[in-house]
Design a binder for this molecule. Structure first.
Ligand code: ADP
Length: 249
């Protein structure tokens, strides 16, 4: 296996660190209704995440993790309760504020299909930067790809990349958009252990060098091991919330 060359992540300050939580959730309830069938996915979740925290949200399948992430990203609406992201109360946000939130404040990395296959890797990164109003020039795009060790894959289309490379490409897109908050849904889900560890080390490195807040939803213990705070959901409720003392090996 060839070693991945990862260039040091540029020290960028995406946001001044303030005392105001970047994520505030209170009494969040989500009920899915299909005809007469009701599923209560979240049963009153309270959560506060400070800028710069690295948080893993754990729980078994069906515990409500993805539902919570969708509500934090503003891509779904709660049945009741409040979500405030970087001071924007989502239930009151108009379309402009929601778009601003998705474009500049929140970056999302999914398990897969993060990248558009019609575009090359560098075009994906440039698009992500442009949508967020960031530098989408050739040099900036190449720098982001170098940071994730994918400079030589710049002109490849995502379907010609391995799962690990696609995930790193997703991280490059987030880096290019320079958000304050990175939300990840099972980002190591389809990766072998070595590749997952490399991806998580990269996310940790970005986190250490920027003001980025990281919230990763996962059932992968590798992720929780690397977080500074682990929140556990069970049946739509927070059942534990603990600080950890992870140090790089
Ligand atoms: P997790 O991410 O922890 O696996 P989810 O948030 O996906 O949990 O799901 C929580 C509960 O909500 C589960 O019982 C799931 O079946 C249900 N659920 C999730 N999405 C939907 C949906 N779109 N429609 C109906 N039920 C859903």
């Amino acid at each position: 296996m060839t070693a991945v060359q990862v260039r040091p992540v540029q020290a960028v300050q995406s946001a001044p660190v303030t005392d105001r939580p970047i994520v505030e959730v209170s009494d969040l309830i989500k009920v899915y209704r299909h005809g007469r069938t009701e599923t209560i996915a979240l049963r009153g979740v309270d959560l506060s995440i400070a800028p710069g925290e690295f948080v893993a949200i754990q729980g078994r399948s069906g515990s409500g993790k993805s539902t919570l992430l969708n509500l934090l990203s503003g891509s779904d609406r709660p049945t009741a309760g409040r979500v405030t992201i970087d001071g924007i109360a989502l239930e009151q946000a108009d379309e402009t504020q929601r778009a601003q939130l998705r474009g500049r404040v929140v970056g999302i990395v999914f398990q897969s299909q993060n990248l558009a296959d019609l575009l090359s890797l560098e075009e994906n990164v440039a698009l992500s930067a442009r949508l967020a109003g960031r530098d989408s020039g050739h040099a900036a795009v190449r720098a982001r790809l170098a940071e994730v060790g994918l400079e030589e894959r710049a002109t490849h289309h995502p379907s010609h990349l391995s799962g690990g490379e696609q995930q790193r490409g997703g991280v490059a897109c987030v880096l290019a958009a320079l958000p304050k908050l990175l939300l990840g849904d099972e980002i190591t889900g389809e990766l072998d252990t070595a590749t997952a560890v490399r991806l998580l080390d990269l996310v940790r490195e970005v986190h250490a060098k920027t003001a980025l807040t990281v919230v990763l939803v996962t059932h992968d213990p590798l992720v929780a091991e690397r977080a500074d705070r682990v929140i556990e959901l069970r049946d739509g409720r927070v059942v534990s919330d603990r600080r950890t003392s992870w140090t790089p090996s």
